[in-house]
Design a protein around this ligand. Sequence first.
Ligand code: PEP
Ligand code: MG
Length: 338
Amino acid sequence: QAAQSASLRDLPAVTADGVSVSLMINLGLPLELPQLEATGAAGIGLYRTEISLLAQHRPSTATADQAVEDGFLASDKLMGRQTAEYARVLDRAAGRPVLFRTLDLGGDKLLPNASLPESENPAMGWRSLRIGLDRPMILRRQLRAMLAAAQGRPLSIMFPMVATIAEFRAARGLLEAEVARLEHGPEQLQVGTMLEVPALLWQLPQLMKEVDFVSVGSNDLMQFLFAADRGTPNLAGRYDLISPPVLDLFDSVVRHAEAEGVWLSFCGEAAGRPLEALILVALGFHSLSMSPAALPRVKTLLRKADLAGFRKVLSAIRSHNPLAASLRDPLSSWAREH
Ligand code: PEP
Ligand code: MG
């Protein structure tokens, strides 16, 4: 088994009919960095910067609001720690791309000892980039840490929970202000956004003109599209990503990204499920980022897949079942048979 995965690690992620796919991993802690070599990933498609904050138990911090107000998130101490952490990540990535996502606190990512709900609907509350834009010193200091960690190396920064072009512009404005303070900025700075708030789906033509990359976050996107909390077990499996409306929507995302030459990735958990991964690649996603444990099985399936053949099947099944709640059964039967 170990020998098998070692050889798989070194094999290219390419379909049987020759389409290359960039398989990356989602990380959030420096101690996970060895997963880069263990999986043979092409890079880190999502580095969740809030994870190390959540992992440090800060007993004084009860809610996101309080953490903001007590000044810790904008402190020199935290900025120093962030700089060291991000530098370690870039060192270990050794030139492979890393998409650093700015703090995505709130929602399901509450700070330790969050005994009080911060709002009735925390997933839709004051969270994530919204905090960073309302308290710009928090975001600016984190961006400063990223720039300092890069030390001139290429850097990719991704903003979470962007709902409007105006929010993206405001966040990028803070980044530009930080870059302007530097004598030597990064050799290459790529700025992009998560696509996880449905409103952004109706702003794609303009969005694609303004970003360097987009990464679809289906964990949040699905919960907001279907009004179905991502953490409620009774709802798990009720709404399927492999369904006509979601696949139509992904088609449109791919089309708009291609029209502007924007690098498009997919970093929601679905990317780590082999059938979903195959479908996403068939729709035109060339980069998938997933939990490290999922990468070997996704790679195994993609390497066996005749993508051109699968595209025909996918399109026939879609056109015969436009109203189905899910297309999972016919697609997984086909995948199993082939
Ligand atoms: C997502 O929402 O799909 C995502 C990748 O981000 P997170 O799970 O950290 O919210
Ligand atoms: Mg998310």
